[in-house]
Design a protein around this ligand. Structure first.
Ligand SMILES: *Cc1c(COP(=O)(O)O)cnc(C)c1O
Length: 358
């Protein structure tokens, strides 16, 4: 058995793989593959309608919020957001909490002024910044909810909710993993390949009234309003990737929705962090209060044992445990589809390894 702890693209529920593979051969008994289906057919319209309805239902969105499925991954949103929201002479506030946040900052600077209101750089991004203020004149405040590479995650949004400016959030690696008041955000985006589905599509949730306020000319494909008007069918959408999202969202609903999956996610994270803390040979790399429940980063105290631990993981079918190339050590991703059983298998392996090498 393989336990897939990859950070992205990552594990999806077994049922989703089975149903998606069936649909490649014969989609809903149409005699056609999902891969050859026209995107303007009633059968595909039903897929995208259901995907949008499930996002709205699972996130409890109000009718001011539109749900879009767009191309280009989260990295396209790094520039599409400022293109649509920020005039050249205006300021946007950004939080610098890691690699992805820094990339979002770099792109935003192409379109207007960026004020970095806080940075975790000094702590090597192993701690989230505390005590910061937002310029009330900012056009919006940009956050990264979960920092996939360093393993930090915001757990308290009250300061942001009270910032008094529109909130934009990159939720690529923790969307739908825990309950949040999603209506408090004006724009949310997430590459699907971590918690929502297959690579190739980006989930964007936008509050209509923040759009249409910039002076610049927007290319047709870059203007969110065109995608809203066309129900995410402005051009050929990533049909298969959207289908896989729909199946994953259906699965999530069948699990009991976000509140139910959050309970399991809490158990998985608690089990793994408690194991790291209990075994002296391992050490968590992130400040305890900022630890991510999705990406758990840790190191082994004796670097000579690092390779031995990775080899042991591999021998036992545990893949994706190696840390990101920029931070080293280990990173274990615990997205929604990861089972508690797989985390138990890993923690028992860690106990055995510590006994032999401690
Ligand atoms: C993976 C990731 C991205 C990049 O996503 P792409 O779809 O590859 O562009 C952006 N932000 C966060 C937080 C991520 O984890």
């Amino acid at each position: 058995m393989i336990h897939n702890f990859n950070a992205g693209p990552s594990i999806l529920p077994r049922e989703v793989f089975e149903e998606a593979s069936q649909a490649v051969l014969n989609f809903n008994n149409t005699g056609l593959s999902i891969l050859e289906l026209g995107h303007r057919t009633p059968v595909f319209q039903a897929v995208i309608d259901e995907a949008i309805a499930l996002v709205k239902e699972l996130m409890h969105l109000d009718d001011q919020h539109e749900v879009l499925f767009l191309h280009g991954g989260a990295s396209t949103q790094f520039f599409q957001v400022p293109m649509n929201l920020l005039n050249e002479n205006e300021v946007a506030a950004y939080t610098d909490t890691g690699v992805w946040a820094s990339k979002a900052i770099k792109e935003a600077k192409l379109y207007g002024h960026v004020e970095v209101v806080c940075s975790g750089k000094e702590s090597g991004y192993r701690q989230l910044p505390k005590n910061f203020q937002f310029p009330r004149t900012a056009k919006y405040l940009h956050l990264t909810s979960n920092n996939t590479i360093y393993g930090t995650q915001w757990h308290d949004y009250s300061a942001f909710y009270n910032a008094g400016v529109p909130l934009v959030c990159d939720m690529s690696s923790d969307i739908l993993s825990c309950e949040l008041d999603f209506n408090k955000f004006d724009l949310i985006y997430a590459g699907a390949q971590k918690n929502v589905g297959a690579a190739g599509v980006n989930l964007v949730i936008v509050k209509k009234d923040i759009l249409g306020k910039v002076d610049r000319q927007l290319p047709t494909m870059m203007d969110y309003r065109n995608h809203i008007e066309n129900g995410s069918l402005l051009n050929t959408p990533p049909v298969f990737a959207i289908y896989v999202c729909m199946l994953t969202l259906r699965w999530l609903k069948a699990q009991g929705g976000v509140s139910a999956i959050e309970k399991i996610n809490n158990q998985k994270a608690a089990l793994l962090y408690n194991t790291i803390d209990a075994l002296p040979i391992f050490k968590g790399t992130v400040a305890k209060e900022d630890r991510s429940k999705m990406n758990v980063c840790f190191v082994i105290e004796d670097p000579a044992l690092e390779k031995a631990f990775l080899d042991t993981c591999k021998e036992n079918g545990m893949i994706g445990v190696k840390g990101h190339r920029s931070s080293g050590g280990f990173r274990v991703s615990l997205y929604n589809a990861m089972t508690l059983g797989s985390v138990e298998a890993l923690t028992s392996l860690m106990h055995d390894f510590a006994k032999k090498n401690g």
